[in-house]
Design a protein around this ligand. Structure first.
Ligand SMILES: *Cc1c(COP(=O)(O)O)cnc(C)c1O
Length: 347
């Protein structure tokens, strides 16, 4: 058995022990853990410093998951109607999402797909045939986002089978993989894996980090191995109350990602999945974070702030308002220092 599989076998799954360790209110926490699977990888567990810290909050069940503020949904992104065959979500004309695994190394408490992926092992790689078939007969799909769950929790052989099948479809110009393993299970990024991935260029990987402390030395090394395999890396971050809803924390995270060879791609507004109410921040918090970065740090560190609209509306991006008036042919803008400049526009 590969080392990373062995290490997953020692993941923390005993909620009783966690309740005792952190002296938690037993009933609520156990109920939350029953609603959505509790599992924390050994690596991530070792990074938690204390009860309530930003890493603890992302993976420990919490009684507040039982609350409902009235906005929360089982299928927050309205994906069901855009699912032409099992495991494919086809919402945008030229690319689709392909969920090939329902397992994760650590189950994030704020997961969008809580409704689906509380259990591990319901997706069998042998049952993806309708997905391959749909992608192969839909000529408009030029880009497939392989996601989950976490696709890198598949064995190399199963993952390679999926990449090879997609690679063989002529109209698929490139493939993206979304994974949180560099953060949660960095030992998964073996040299053997990177050698396999290299065969399927053009391949992009988007990783998921939410706090600067997640960029531990083992995670940075794993990202380096992926980058050395020539895979362009992007990052996705979920904006979470009490975890990273602070411009200074986000700036540090984005700059640390760049230093680890990852180009920040999205900051997401937390989806309205049932159990997420205590993680929600106002939309203005995300805009403020972008505004705090523009002009003050490397533009390469600044991702898009995106909201995936509930009910299947898809992603939109929100940007700070820099325009502050116009007079005739002149438009007025405020720069990052708050100074006003005129721009004479052409007709
Ligand atoms: C997020 C998402 C994508 C990818 O969107 P990009 O903006 O291209 O990164 C594709 N399909 C679905 C259904 C999605 O939710």
């Amino acid at each position: 058995m590969e080392k990373w599989r062995q290490s997953l076998k020692t993941a923390v799954t005993d909620i009783g022990a966690a309740v005792r360790k952190f002296e938690l209110p037993e009933d609520d926490v156990k109920k939350a853990a029953e609603m959505f699977r509790f599992q924390v990888s050994p690596h991530y567990w070792s990074l938690i410093r204390e009860k309530g810290d930003p890493l603890y909050l992302q993976c420990m069940p919490d009684g507040r998951e039982l609350e409902d503020d009235g906005d929360l949904l089982d299928d927050p992104l309205g994906e069901e109607p855009d699912t032409p065959v099992p495991n494919v979500v086809h919402r945008y004309p030229d690319h689709c999402l392909f969920t090939v695994s329902d397992c994760c190394a650590t189950y994030c408490r704020f997961c969008t797909r809580k409704r689906k992926f509380g259990q591990c092992g319901h997706i069998d790689p042998a049952n993806l045939e309708p997905g391959f078939d749909y992608i192969a007969r839909t000529g408009s799909i030029q880009d497939v986002l392989v996601s989950g769950g976490d696709p890198l929790l598949l064995d190399d052989e199963n993952l390679e089978y999926i990449l090879a099948r997609l690679h063989a479809i002529k109209h698929v110009r490139f493939v993206r993989i979304g994974t949180r393993t560099p953060c949660m299970l960095p030992e998964r990024i073996t040299v053997k894996l990177t050698r396999m991935l290299k065969k399927y260029h053009p391949l992009y990987i988007n990783v998921h980090f939410n706090h600067p402390r997640e960029l531990a030395p083992a995670a940075v090394a794993a990202l380096g191995r992926l980058a050395d395999a020539g895979i362009p890396l992007g990052s996705q971050t979920v904006l979470l109350r009490g975890v990273n809803d602070d411009p200074a924390v986000m700036r540090e995270l984005m700059c640390s990602l760049l230093a680890a060879r990852v180009r920040p791609y999205y900051i997401f507004q937390c989806d309205l999945a049932r159990g997420n109410s205590h993680f929600r921040t106002p939309l203005a918090a995300g805009v403020k974070i972008i505004e705090a970065m523009r002009g003050r740090t490397s533009g390469m560190a600044i991702p898009h702030f995106a909201v995936d609209l509930p009910g299947g509306g898809g992603k939109i991006t929100l940007v700070p308002q820099y325009e502050c008036g116009c007079g005739g042919e002149y438009r007025k803008f405020r720069n990052f220092r708050g100074q006003i400049y005129d721009y004479h526009d052409v007709k």
